[in-house]
Design a protein around this ligand. Sequence first.
Ligand code: GLY
Ligand code: MN
Ligand code: MN
Length: 420
Amino acid sequence: MLGDGIAIVPTAPERIRNRDAHYPYRYDSYFYYLTGFREPEAVLVLAGGATPQSMLFCREKNVEREIWDGHRHGPAAARETFALDAAHAVNELDARMPDLLADRPAVHVHLGADAAWDARVLGWINAVRSRSRSGVAAPQDIRDVRVLLDDMRLLKDEHELALMRRAGEISGAAHRLAMQAARPGATEYEIEAVLQHEFRRCGAQAPAYTPIVAGGANACVLHYVENSATLADGDLLLIDAGCELDGYASDITRTFPVNGCFSGPQRAVYELVLAAQAAAIAVVKPGARWNDPHDAAVRVLAQGFIDLGLLQGTLDAVLEQESYRQFYMHRTGHWLGLDVHDAGEYKVGGAWRELRPGMVLTVEPGCYVRPGPGVPEAFAHIGVRIEDDALVTAEGCEILSSSAPKSVADIEALMRARDA
Ligand code: GLY
Ligand code: MN
Ligand code: MN
């Protein structure tokens, strides 16, 4: 795929949070996928051709800095440990890149993510161009390196799947504990702390995304992350939280009653979303198209909205006019992997992508009822989402997040047990 070309993949920069404090460091997913190397200030260069070469540029050993910031591999140990053909100090990058780019027909880079990085790459290419009178050719093609990598990342190997299964188990356990910790008068942030504690207790390095812990009407704010309210008797609690384990994300949403017992209208909406999710999961199998789970979920939800009196008209009209979007306005899933919204196109050549064994996607229908004209009072402020992580297998799919209960009976039984 690389031909005689060359790929340049930097890791993520460290970012300042405020003054001397940094955000927790997270490597770039493409870089990590190719290297397994977690230090900042590193660049991978892959040169194609008759003798392909992998070359890492990383920080040198530095006794003084290692006292303050911790271990650095340094190029020699990094080359050995990460099975690379060569490694150099990262401060040699600008000096070495023009030679590495000379006479390469194509350079594969991630342009457009960071203006300073783009300028640096173009500077190297211009440095090669300036030598053209000595017979050296600069790359004529600048290509998006993600085109090469996205399809690889889409199909998970056994090592990746083992991590994703474990991440799913840890997150499922955290959701169970959150259900047992919830009660009227508790706060959303206390429940968030329960989740985060379990993630770290089990060795996950971080949440894969900012947890959503949304009581009552907050569940109707799709990206609610304030997590600051007190939970009220009679409200639902929607939790969207998953850990990241060795780079790999899990992504689980559960919705349950704060007091442990669904009310009639809450249960009606919940059972509808659960049925929509079951319909979507049933079509996750090899040969299905990316959009099939979404279409299946929407069909069930649309009919349910009519049956509950949330919408009027026929199923065909609700689907045609997309009036279901008043209560279900997001997609039913996304790829899952190193990134919570993982790499990979959803359409190929204009058609929805075909599912294949080894792909991992989320299945996450929901229903969010904001009060408004014609909306029955009984359903106002109810927000429900149920989200699982599905691995496409030869026969159908394996749910990686099944340790988090989701039937009404299982949730109510677990919550009754908290008081026992
Ligand atoms: N937690 C992010 C998402 O569900 O897409
Ligand atoms: Mn998701
Ligand atoms: Mn989610």
